[in-house]
Design a protein around this ligand. Sequence first.
Ligand SMILES: [Zn+2]
Ligand SMILES: [Zn+2]
Length: 238
Amino acid sequence: MLFIKRLITAFLDALFPNKCIGCDAIIPKGESVCAFCLENLSKTNFDTRCKVCGNLKKECNCKYHIFHFTGATAPFYNDGTAQKIMYAFKFNRKLHFAKFFAERMVISVKSDFYGTDFDCVVYVPMALKKELKRGYNQSRELAKEVSKILNIPLIENALGCNGKRFPQHKTKLKERFANVKGMYFPNVSLSGRNVLLVDDIKTTGATLDECAKALFKAGANDVYCVTGLISKRKQKKR
Ligand SMILES: [Zn+2]
Ligand SMILES: [Zn+2]
């Protein structure tokens, strides 16, 4: 029986080989990304990004909007293989990538927010209906790992979400800020705390900013943001 089982496994492996998420190269079973793709992920650069909004300095959004959070950072740009990995994590239940991103997000936090003592980690909440459908909130999964690595407590459900989070990718900068206005509210007191806010992708920063506002309402002293990816694309003012 064992022999037949092995034969079937070998047959299926030959028929459906394990492929790299980035380039489709055949890679060993259990792995997700090949060494070449891992090496060539679109990493953000400490020297060329704005320390407040996290964008490239030449694409800085701070001139269009005064952000409430003190700073935002991310290890990767929202393109190429890094984006494919994030989508696999976010939409295809590849939850092991939470650790992959968290390890790199922590490095960004330590370099960009050097010397800041964080009291807690929180995450951007999802509308309940959406979370039930997906089965998990990817931002919470990232926050759990970030909290573990940094050894800073995670506060579950620190923020609540008022209904629907609009798909933000097709709207203009001003609309994005309007779409999320009043969407988040605090569930706990964060009096005097320095908060590290975690999300999966930062595009304009509208969601993070709205969450930061809610965190300040809860009494937070300072709010810093870290995401797995940050969009490089320039946002036009309207
Ligand atoms: Zn590859
Ligand atoms: Zn900026």
